[in-house]
Design a protein around this ligand. Structure first.
Ligand SMILES: [Zn+2]
Ligand SMILES: [Zn+2]
Length: 370
């Protein structure tokens, strides 16, 4: 990030808010930079490398070191500066630091301190354990900007170990019947978490090219993942019998491999908790596993910040805002262009143009008709 004199237009607005919404994205006026902007800007702080939060075309990028690998694997070489978790950088009059968000490798909450005020922008986060990234760190602040992808009381995740037991039992059973298991999960974050959670003793693990590219960035960051093979490395028909095949939900099954015609298939997603979602996604099994906080996770994370003011973005804003107001907090919502990553989790076809799917929380719009 280029640090220069603060331009006149970048002065703190009369409200004193450290983050405001501009057409380009969330903007920090006293620091004159954006956080996860959706239009090209001069200075972008990136919370994590999912496509809806980290876009191409910014003049300068700042992110956590572990974010940089996946980000550049996705977008190519970038004018990028990294900031280690907990280190501080002064931009304009703002002291900026990054703190683990527990969402995916390199995901960060952005802490902003200026004129006695502390604000934290969460990006996406979860509080459930994940072997592939650092755990969510509660950061005390006056104002917390939170996501709300699964911001309804119906969303309550079981411990991930129980879900992995379920997946392993399914894979083992399919292998015993001589069938491959096709497990669909988002290629960045979900796929690596699945890899770290399954039992590689059951059989070979085959990964789609999109998953393989992200795996490389994870391994380069020191995350332990079991050995995997690419599709091209599976020439013999017998090899597929007990294999676990990991692919993104968007990968058309017919084009993956002819050896998967008779595979059992499953989808790992928080949306699988919804009645009918598995059937609408057209898979044999649904595994409820999300990289976002469930309702108790959101409530716990927000409470741990001690924030008196909460701004709710992308997801179930209205329900969470009302609940927070009932708890006596100053809560409001802010519209953003985020949410495609979670929305596309169920897509069996190419993602719609940007903006069509802005509200990922509206799950009925994110599943295909039968
Ligand atoms: Zn994300
Ligand atoms: Zn998001």
């Amino acid at each position: 990030m280029v640090i220069g004199p603060t331009p006149a237009h970048a002065l703190t607005p009369p409200s004193g808010d450290l983050v405001v919404r501009r057409p380009e994205g969330l903007y920090c006026p006293p620091g004159d930079f954006y956080i996860d902007p959706w239009r090209p800007v001069h200075r972008a702080v990136i919370t994590h490398a999912h496509a809806d939060h980290a876009r191409a075309g910014h003049a300068h990028y700042l992110c956590a070191p572990d974010c940089a690998g996946v980000l550049q694997a996705r977008l190519g070489p970038l004018p990028l500066q990294t900031l280690a978790y907990g280190d501080t950088l002064t931009v304009g009059g703002v002291t900026l630091s990054l703190h683990p968000a527990g969402h995916v490798l390199g995901s960060a909450q952005v802490r902003l301190a200026h004129a006695g005020q502390v604000w934290v922008v969460s990006g996406d986060y979860k509080v459930a354990p994940d072997a592939t990234c650092l755990p969510f760190e509660p950061v005390r602040c006056h104002c917390f900007i939170t996501e709300s992808t699964f911001g309804l009381p119906i969303y309550r995740w079981r411990p991930p170990t129980e879900v992995f037991d379920e997946i392993n039992a399914w894979w083992r059973q399919n292998a015993a019947e001589g069938l491959p298991s096709l497990l669909l999960g988002y290629s960045f974050g979900k796929a690596q978490r699945l890899l770290a959670g399954v039992d590689p003793a059951i059989g070979p693990i085959v990964v789609h090219a999109a998953v393989d590219a992200v795996n490389e960035a994870y391994r380069a960051s020191g995350v332990a993942l079991p050995a995997t093979r690419r599709f091209a490395e599976m020439p013999d028909k017998r090899d597929w019998a007990g294999a676990l095949v990991l692919a993104p939900p968007s990968a058309a099954r017919g084009r993956l491999s002819r050896h998967l015609q008779h595979a059992r298939d499953g989808l790992a997603s928080g949306w699988m908790q919804l009645r009918g979602a598995r059937r609408r996604a057209g898979v044999d099994r649904g595994f409820v596993l999300s990289d976002h906080a469930d309702w108790p996770g959101l409530v716990q994370a927000i409470g741990a910040t001690g924030a008196e003011r909460v701004i709710v973005t992308h997801g179930q804003e209205a329900v969470l805002v009302r609940w927070l107001q009932e708890q006596g907090l100053d809560a409001s919502s802010m519209e953003t262009d985020y949410g495609d990553e979670a929305a596309n989790e169920l897509a069996n076809e190419p993602a719609p143009p940007q903006g069509v799917n802005g509200h990922s929380g509206d799950s009925d719009n994110t599943v295909n008709a039968p």
